[in-house]
Design a binder for this molecule. Structure first.
Ligand code: PLP
Length: 392
């Protein structure tokens, strides 16, 4: 085709509607710094640095060699996986789930979180998004044609949504909640969930709970599931993930559970997009759910030690951040002398070869904060504190 008649390819309007990706500049600067041979400490990525547990890998080795696992998987996953999830859920939260109607395996929880809105909202429906929030929620609402109403999470409220403010919002279709929270690491207790469920029922708001960090908690305080609240299943669906719990981010496996109608809506959307999880990974997932509690205790102890290392180190520099109770993020107000989260991230990279995530990347209310991860050994965190001591 002559060049003059080549199509002028443009992105679809729905892509153009997405907000600019604020991390692009930071990513570019990070890549440049690495290319220059600088030793970068990346406190930006939320991805476990330790390997998948060996017993899970052993199961995978056998499962991958079995031809039965090489074909299209069932959309709804292996019945044995759904049953194992139900057993795990009962043991962890004391909640009964029907493996056939109330559980649906996912190719990672992000996949399900992103597909569900396509099954439950119509164009112009109002959706409540906490601000700050995990960045994956926003685009999917836009794709489904939903309109976003921000609900700020304030430190004075423990980064929980203010239910009085929520009560004032009219005609919202659904809302995402995420505790333990990314990026703030805040946790929610059962009392809060009870009040939230009561209010959501009164107002007819569907609740989508993202519990990717359910097993990464400290000081022995286990985060509850919203499904522990009586009657929560009438309006709530919860997303769980193997990624952070078993160091399996690359494997892509998670699940949704809760209200059968919401689960069915998600299943129907998915049946048009994908063909299930590679079955060998599902078999390995069953083994993962049977991981001995001691092993997860060791994982939590490791993160707890790192958390204390970073928090105490920063405090010794006069940067006081409350220690997170869960997840692997340290969410700190900007240190003295810094005016914006972007400026702080740029200065840390330029002067200390440290990458942090600017809070504004998680929503306007994230301005004034940076997020730092503890997914690296204490020696590196100590080195980060040493470097920061020269610029703070
Ligand atoms: C990491 C993360 C996820 C995604 O988990 P996958 O199961 O790997 O897709 C979901 N929600 C939050 C808040 C996360 O931080």
């Amino acid at each position: 085709m002559p060049i003059e008649t080549a199509l002028n390819i443009e992105f679809a309007d729905r892509l153009k509607e997405l907000p600019p990706y604020l991390f692009v500049e930071i990513d570019k600067a990070k890549r440049q710094a690495r290319a220059q041979g600088r030793d970068i400490i990346d406190l930006g990525v939320g991805d476990p640095d330790t390997p998948t547990f060996p017993h899970i890998i052993e199961t995978m080795k056998t499962a991958i060699a079995d031809p039965a696992n090489h074909r299209y998987a069932f959309d709804a996953g292996l019945p044995a996986l759904r049953t194992e999830i139900a057993v795990w859920f009962k043991g962890r939260f004391g909640v009964d789930l029907n493996p056939d109607t109330e559980i649906y395996p996912l190719i990672g929880s992000k996949e399900g979180l992103a597909h569900l809105p396509l099954g439950i909202i119509n164009p112009k429906d109002k959706v409540i998004l906490t601000d700050p929030a995990y960045p994956a929620y926003r685009p999917t609402i836009t794709f489904a044609g939903g309109k976003i109403t921000n609900l700020p999470l304030k430190e004075s409220h423990g980064f929980l949504p203010d239910l009085k403010k929520l009560a004032e919002i009219k005609d919202a279709k659904f809302m995402y909640i995420n505790y333990p929270n990314n990026p703030t690491s805040a946790t929610a207790n059962l009392e809060f969930y009870k009040e939230l469920v009561a209010l959501a029922k009164e107002k007819g708001i569907i609740l989508i709970s993202d519990m990717a960090y359910s097993e990464i908690y400290f000081d022995g305080e286990k985060p509850p599931s919203i499904l522990e609240v009586d009657g929560a299943k009438d309006i709530a669906i919860e997303f769980h993930s193997f990624s952070k719990t078993y160091n399996m981010t690359g494997w892509r496996i998670g699940w949704a559970c809760g209200n059968p109608k919401l689960v069915a809506a998600l299943a129907k959307v998915k049946s048009n997009f994908d063909s299930g999880i590679f079955q060998a990974i599902q078999v390995a997932g069953i083994t993962a759910l049977r991981t001995k509690p001691e092993e997860l205790n060791d994982l939590r102890s490791m993160y707890e030690e790192r958390r204390d290392c970073l928090i105490n180190g920063l405090r010794s520099l006069g940067w006081k951040i409350p220690p997170p109770k869960a997840a692997f993020y340290v969410w700190g107000r900007l240190p003295k002398g810094f005016n914006s989260s972007m400026e702080t991230a740029a200065a840390f990279l330029e002067k200390a070869n440290i990458v942090v995530t600017p809070g504004v990347g998680f929503g306007p209310a994230g301005e004034g904060f940076v997020r730092m991860t503890i997914t690296m050994p204490t020696e590196r965190l100590t080195e980060a504190v040493n470097r920061l001591s020269k610029i703070l």
